[in-house]
Design a protein around this ligand. Structure first.
Ligand code: MLT
Length: 325
């Protein structure tokens, strides 16, 4: 009936769904040079996560593809324009991992405030650094969310329950949405930084958002709230490249930023001798926002369903490229 390549892994239930629909599924990573030399020419569809890069040249080398499934949210590893020009649909699974990313973001915020990672590093080295590890509460602080989509709104809800005040900057957001969630919508991103001691990133990586968090903006952050010198804190579970990592390291060194917690990096996997991740006020995770059993099961099933719909000539609800609307 048709062949589907799944290159970055997928939940077994989702593979089964594709097979039950009559498709032959090939599981396994395909190297860039093989993709570039037409390695997908026998396939009707490819399903990827973030490791497989489907740039212009790769797509042009495989024009037989009918649909690209992105098992996740971000489509920055796929050249949407080239896919559209070649009549290839791109679908994603935008809702399935929301709760998992919300929970990791809150986990990073809490870990930063209470030095959980730093304390663990000390305790493993036999140190009992009780005095050095005095933290601050999240309660009463201003959390600035860059982007206010599903994940940011989920983070806002939990943070509000911890007593945080929610601020956001999202140029695409109708003011009434922010209002309905009890968030203050800033018209200018700089004013978000001037107000908030805690910033969490929840936007896509685009030309406009590349290095949106930079030296100048971090230096605007107030570092205190309500008489408490809590310092400034940054969390990113969205996409690498939105923060200028060199500027972040400099801000950690100078104390402008007191803690940084990243799940995503400009270059993934990170390169050896990455000075940022060695900084004592840094802690990180290797792009695991959506890596829960629940999210991966939902992501897999959502993307399998969308790919089956697309291959049967219907328009999947999570179609991303505008040429098909
Ligand atoms: C996503 O965009 O869905 C997440 O970052 C997870 C991933 O890339 O695998």
């Amino acid at each position: 009936m048709g062949k589907i390549a799944v290159t970055d892994g997928m939940a077994p239930e989702a593979v089964e769904t594709l097979q039950k629909a009559g498709y032959e599924v090939t599981l396994g990573f395909i190297e860039q040079h093989d993709l570039l030399s037409g390695g997908l020419s026998e396939y009707d569809a490819i399903i990827v996560r973030s490791a497989t890069k489907l740039g212009k040249e790769v797509i042009e080398a495989n024009p037989n593809l009918k649909i690209i499934g992105r098992a996740g949210v971000g489509v920055d590893n796929i050249d949407l324009e080239t896919a559209g020009k070649n009549g290839i649909m791109v679908v994603n699974a935008p809702n399935a991992s929301t709760q998992s990313v919300v929970e990791l973001t809150i986990g990073h915020l809490l870990s930063s405030m209470r030095h959980v990672a730093k304390a663990d590093r000390g305790i493993r080295a036999g140190k009992w650094e009780k005095k050095r590890l005095k933290g601050t509460e999240l309660s009463g602080k201003c959390l600035g969310l860059i982007g206010f989509g599903r994940i940011a709104q989920g983070v806002a809800k939990v943070a509000q329950s911890l007593g945080m005040e929610i601020h956001t900057y999202d140029p695409y957001l109708p003011a009434k949405v922010a209002k309905s969630q009890g968030a203050y919508l800033h018209k200018e991103i700089d004013s978000l930084f001037e107000t908030c001691t805690h910033i969490s990133i929840h936007c896509n990586l685009t030309k406009e958002t590349h290095h949106l968090v930079n030296e100048k903006r971090m230096s605007l952050m107030p570092g205190r709230k309500g008489g408490i010198n809590c310092g400034n804190h940054i969390v990113n579970c969205a996409r690498g490249g939105i923060i200028d990592e060199d500027a972040l390291l400099a801000a950690l060194k100078s104390g402008v930023i007191r803690s940084a917690a990243l799940d995503v990096f400009e270059i993934e996997p990170i390169e050896e001798n990455n000075e940022l991740v060695q900084h004592e006020n840094f802690h990180g995770t290797p792009h695991i926002g959506a890596a829960t059993k629940e999210a991966q099961q939902r992501v897999g099933l959502d993307i399998a369903e969308a790919v089956i719909l697309g291959l049967s000539g219907e328009k999947p609800p999570t179609l991303v490229n505008k040429e098909f609307f």
